[in-house]
Design a protein around this ligand. Structure first.
Ligand SMILES: NC(=O)C1=CN([C@@H]2O[C@H](COP(=O)(O)OP(=O)(O)OC[C@H]3O[C@@H](n4cnc5c(N)ncnc54)[C@H](O)[C@@H]3O)[C@@H](O)[C@H]2O)C=CC1
Ligand SMILES: O=C(O)[C@H]1O[C@H](OP(=O)(O)OP(=O)(O)OC[C@H]2O[C@@H](n3ccc(=O)[nH]c3=O)[C@H](O)[C@@H]2O)[C@H](O)[C@@H](O)[C@@H]1O
Length: 484
């Protein structure tokens, strides 16, 4: 029986390995992690991450050919294929701080693999890493030469949170990069290909050299994020001219060369990867003497920051230039619907902006725990664009505790609120009883829709003053331009 071990039981390691176990009953899969609470949760009824369809897959395989464990070394030693799916955040100090990927976790995993291995193994880069990382990993693995052969493969993951299981069941492509120039490399590529071939059609499994696979992952995320920043830049122009960004993006996306996906204007993109991976790409460009290319990609993140600031400014300027002491209902805190993940969620920047203007925030999100939100709002925020690595607006813990409250439903959050801010596109926000909500708010009652989920016409009929990203402005807002 082939044995797979995955180091890192996070948003990628957990779902990916669960799907491999489901689709390949003949393979034994162990997912290991240094975090005891995470593994305990994977072995419990309440999994550590919310992902539609995940519970079902885990229930079907756990204890049969899928195991979650803190016994990292033992499981690695026994495996034929070791996936490494540890976190690779942006470095916060030292060389490349604010941009480069922090490979500390990766390096320590690689050293451990080298130390505990007694048989040859295929080591698979599942984490997103800078191009050429495999070269460094090879050096670490072969450093303790005990006559063991290690083959390194790059197999980046393209799943999106909220749709992870559907993406894994039916991926657009699976990418496997390896040392195509050697027989050992080719054999390793074939071994991993055979795993995916249990359920992925062969023509969707792309095999390349190592560097193409590593770079394709960074490039794919940069291209995706670039589409959002492009449409968000157009949303600002729509507001200035009376065009409607939904109509513009529909018309633009109908061109098959452009396509309709990933063109929804929003308060900004979030999530643990887009910003981190683009900064990583920027840093690699700078290190390779390509400042123009670096600046091109930086602009994608600058527009994202601009979009979040613009939203806060629009809100404050519409409410007579101050929200001090005003109650603002925040609907949605996670970085997108169908996940409880708050990493780099635009809600953090928007809430901090409102708190710096001394607003009182009442937050409702169906999946985000209160302590996570409190932690996110009071954590020092690193300014990626400052070479010295300085921090931007800081909100201390006491202000957060005094000025932010989390509640359990949207009606409770909006009761007596001066304004509603929709920051995540949870489906339930589309079908709220907005008439009832309006009746329970002081007037004028505002809705600032950062995800374009509400029916603007209907809400205006009820009596709300509505701001919706990139849509023709409410007459009330017209004379209050948002300045960044
Ligand atoms: N979250 C996402 O949607 C996607 C993430 N990725 C990439 O996948 C990688 C992992 O991301 P996530 O799963 O979101 O991270 P995560 O933070 O949810 O999970 C990483 C896990 O690795 C564990 N870990 C760290 N060092 C370890 C070690 N030495 N031994 C054992 N366990 C260790 C941590 O305790 C943590 O549970 C990152 O490189 C990310 O860029 C790629 C595609 C999608
Ligand atoms: O490397 C990664 O981590 C992953 O990053 C993204 O996945 P994810 O961040 O989970 O979620 P997305 O659906 O891409 O959304 C990212 C952000 O963009 C926003 N978004 C997305 C689409 C859109 O049209 N407009 C828009 O504002 C979302 O609300 C969210 O805040 C990519 O979509 C995945 O392919 C990739 O594997």
């Amino acid at each position: 029986m082939v044995k797979i071990c995955c180091i890192g039981a996070g948003y990628v390691g957990g779902p990916t390995m669960a799907v491999i176990a489901l689709k390949c009953p003949s393979i034994e899969v162990a997912v290991v992690d240094i975090s005891v609470p995470r593994i305990t949760a994977w072995n419990s009824e309440k999994l550590p991450i919310y992902e539609p369809g995940l519970d079902d897959v885990v229930k079907k395989c756990r204890g049969k050919n899928l195991f979650f464990s803190n016994e990292v070394e033992k499981n690695v030693a026994q495996a034929d294929i070791v996936f490494v799916s540890v976190n690779t955040p942006t470095k916060s100090s030292g060389l490349g701080a604010g941009k480069a990927a922090d490979l500390t976790y990766w390096e320590s995993a690689a050293r451990m693999i080298a130390d505990v291995s007694k048989s040859s193994k295929i080591v698979v880069e599942k984490s997103t890493v800078p191009v050429k990382t495999a070269e460094a990993i090879e050096k670490i693995l072969t450093h303790n030469n005990k006559g063991i052969e290690f083959q390194i493969l790059s197999n980046p993951e393209f799943l999106a949170e909220g749709t992870a299981i559907a993406d894994l069941f039916d991926p657009d492509r699976v990418l496997i990069g390896g040392r195509e120039e050697t027989p050992g490399g080719l054999k390793a590529i074939k071994t991993l290909k055979d795993v995916y071939a249990h359920w992925v059609p062969e023509e969707r499994i792309i095999c390349t050299n190592l560097w193409s696979a590593e770079l394709s992952k960074l490039a794919a995320n940069a291209f995706l994020a670039q589409r959002i920043s492009s449409v968000n830049s157009i949303s600002a122009l729509c507001e200035a001219t009376g065009a409607n960004v939904t109509q513009v993006s529909y018309s633009v996306g109908k061109d098959q060369r452009i396509g309709s996906k990933f063109l929804s204007a929003s308060v900004g993109f979030g999530g643990s990867c887009f910003q981190k991976d683009i900064l990583n790409l920027v840093y690699i460009c700078e290190c390779n003497g390509l400042p123009e290319v670096a600046n091109y990609w930086k602009q994608v993140i600058k527009i994202n920051d601009y979009q979040k600031n613009r939203f806060v400014n629009r809100l404050v300027s519409s409410m007579f230039n101050t929200v001090s002491g005003k109650k603002i209902a925040i609907l949605g805190f996670s970085f997108k619907k169908d996940t409880g993940d708050t990493r780099e969620t635009p809600a953090i920047d928007v809430c901090r902006g409102l708190l710096s203007d001394r607003a009182q925030l009442i937050v409702y999100d169906p999946q985000v725990p209160e302590e996570q939100m409190m932690k996110d709002l009071s954590m020092p925020k690193f300014d990626w664009d400052q070479p010295s690595g300085s921090t931007t607006i800081q909100i201390d813990e006491e202000t957060v505790r005094k000025s932010v409250k989390m509640v359990h439903n949207a009606y409770e959050a909006t009761k007596d609120a001066h304004a509603i801010c929709i920051l995540t596109e949870w489906d339930e926000f589309k079908s709220l009883d907005y008439k009832k909500i309006f009746d329970n708010m002081p007037k004028p009652a505002y809705v600032f829709d950062g995800r374009n989920v509400v029916d603007v016409g209907k809400l205006r009929q009820i009596g709300f003053i509505v701001y919706s990203i990139g849509k023709p402005l409410d007459p009330w807002l017209k004379d209050m331009p948002a300045v960044a």
